[in-house]
Design a protein around this ligand. Structure first.
Ligand SMILES: [Zn+2]
Length: 306
């Protein structure tokens, strides 16, 4: 009974609490931001699949001890408008729970993506009207307070204020622009958006941890890009002068100004200036994280399809 449900339920619990807590506290992602993002994405995908898979497996358990073949029997009966006689109330509740979770996760993800896209379009239109067009992407707002942020998408905008230009030396300004252009070029919003959507669908501490961690990690990726083109000292000085820049996904609440990146400015400056050469163990953690990410998605997929 429940042959496939227990491993999926255990995996769902592990991915819902201890693994996100462990990952959020780890320090190695500062050196391997890309691998850490892949691992967070794998945690999200495997977590979602196991969260839906576990009640599904409970629901189809009387039909077959394997989830895949049980689902096939359920589908075949549903196609002939029959409810399998062996399903009791507990199985029907489990199937309903799986259906509600699926609709909520998929529905909220789609709605959240549409809402973010609509907000970005409005903000793009507003800065196109209000700001000076410095080039195809760069918009300069007439405002004394220093601020720099990216409005990502297929037609991205990099927005800075006159206060930013006044506060920074040329190499520092170049570093800030390189950081924002990295967000735009590598479509960092597509990395962060699913986590924002999952947090809306399941507003629980692990989802909040995941969103905060991934938002911080894309800031690190953009910092690394800017440091390569403008130098670490220039970027660090710029961060000290104007504070953190906004993350690549706008706040979902109407009227909010862009949020500062999740990685605190001081932490980002320290990361830029204290980059010691990694030892062998630190170098191996990156490939290990990629392997863990692949295993986390491939393992449960194989288990269900076997
Ligand atoms: Zn940024």
């Amino acid at each position: 009974m429940f042959a496939d449900a227990w491993p999926l339920a255990v995996l769902a619990i592990l991915l819902a609490w201890p693994i996100p807590v462990f990952l959020a506290r780890a320090s190695w992602p500062r050196r391997h931001a890309r691998a850490a993002i892949a691992l967070w994405q794998a945690v999200g995908i495997a977590g979602g699949l196991s969260l839906i898979g576990a009640p599904l497996a409970v629901g189809v358990a009387p039909l077959d001890r394997h989830l895949r073949t049980g689902l096939f029997v359920l589908w075949r009966d549903a196609f002939h408008l029959r409810v399998p006689a062996s399903l009791g109330l507990a199985q029907e509740i489990a199937l309903a729970l799986a259906a509600v979770l699926t609709v909520r996760l998929v529905g909220v993800t789609l709605l959240s993506a549409l809402r973010i896209e609509r907000d970005l379009r409005r903000q793009r239109d507003a800065v196109d009207l209000a700001a000076e067009h410095a080039d195809r992407q760069l918009r300069v707002l007439e405002h004394a307070a220093p601020a720099a942020y990216c409005l990502p998408g297929t037609r991205p905008r990099i927005v800075i204020t006159e206060g930013t230009i006044a506060a920074l030396a040329p190499d520092e300004l170049e570093a800030v622009l390189a950081h924002e252009r990295a967000h735009a070029r590598w479509r960092h919003e597509l990395v962060v958006q699913p986590f924002v959507a999952w947090e809306s669908a399941l507003p629980l501490p692990p989802a909040r941890r995941a969103t905060a961690a991934v938002t911080g990690l894309v800031e690190m990726l953009a910092d690394d890009h800017a440091a390569r083109s403008a130098g670490r000292p220039a970027l660090a000085r710029a961060l000290v002068a104007i504070g953190g820049t906004a993350g690549p996904v706008p706040s979902q609440r109407a009227g909010d100004s862009p949020k500062p990146g999740a990685t605190p400015t001081l932490d980002r400056v320290q990361r830029l200036l204290r980059a010691a050469a990694p030892n062998l163990t630190e170098r191996l953690i990156g490939p290990a994280a990629w392997f863990a990410a692949i295993l986390l998605v491939a393992g449960p997929t194989w288990y269900v399809l076997r």
